[in-house]
Design a protein around this ligand. Structure first.
Ligand SMILES: [Zn+2]
Length: 236
């Protein structure tokens, strides 16, 4: 196996990793959203595209793969539904802002048609490989991918974005044994405030604004964090 990093290395955004073997896998194909949109390096021939989750920094460029080819795509069912929504929306925004279209609705349609959804823990055979998804605990449908060469017992694990700690709407990530581990490290060097006290502080601050007849504006990412913020925290 040969691994090539097409984006998302020493940066946050445009996550994409190319794994070459008797079958060639592309793990995610995202965009980097900033002042201008940045794209991953082009992939070589792809036999199967694997989507870890629906955030655009992991799926934003996936339809482009379907411009000249028709690779099969694997991921979970919620990732398929959410990716469709987010990609349609990003194409719409691109058109509104008169940006030259990098991906079109037609390619998005091909991507959706080639996507085969699988549940967590249900192995998919592909050539001499078995692919299995595990709960990554990051957002609805997010998956850790294990690619195992049949009979060899050698396992490559790609975490995508993951969260070990349980959230209000997500269980914590499953721990998956690996021989080669590709792990995301966005918050690796940061200490997060204890979750319980962060929730308490957040609720108190919103309550104070509302009690003073103000309007609390809560800027959050639209998919995943927004739903988590809207969910009712546990009593006490
Ligand atoms: Zn994410």
């Amino acid at each position: 196996m040969e691994i090539q990093f097409l984006g998302g290395a020493r940066e946050v955004g445009r996550s994409s990793f190319y794994v070459k073997g008797s079958k060639n896998f592309l793990l995610d194909y995202g965009v980097k959203v900033g002042r201008k949109i940045e794209y991953p390096i082009s992939a070589g021939k792809v036999d199967a595209f694997i989507l870890s989750h629906a955030h655009l920094d992991h799926c934003g460029f996936a339809p482009e793969l379907y411009r000249h080819a028709f690779p099969i795509a694997f991921g979970t069912e919620p990732s398929l539904r959410l990716a469709e929504l987010l990609l349609e929306d990003s194409i719409k925004i691109g058109m509104k802002e008169h940006l030259p279209p990098k991906v079109t609705k037609k390619e998005l349609g091909f991507f959706m048609r080639r996507y085969v959804p699988y549940d967590y823990g249900a192995p998919v055979g592909f050539g001499e490989y078995d692919i299995t998804f595990y709960d990554a605990g990051h957002m609805c449908g997010s998956a850790i991918t294990k690619i195992e060469k049949s009979g060899s017992g050698r396992k490559l694990v790609y975490t995508g974005d993951f969260k070990i700690e349980e959230q209000l709407l997500q269980r914590g990530a499953e721990i998956v044994e690996s021989d080669i581990l590709m792990i995301e490290t966005t918050y690796a060097n940061r200490n997060h405030e204890d979750r319980k006290s962060a929730i308490k502080r957040f609720v108190e601050e919103v309550r104070e604004v509302v009690d003073n007849k103000g309007t609390a504006l809560v800027p959050v990412f639209a998919v995943g964090r927004a739903q988590e913020v809207l969910a009712a925290p546990p009593k006490n």
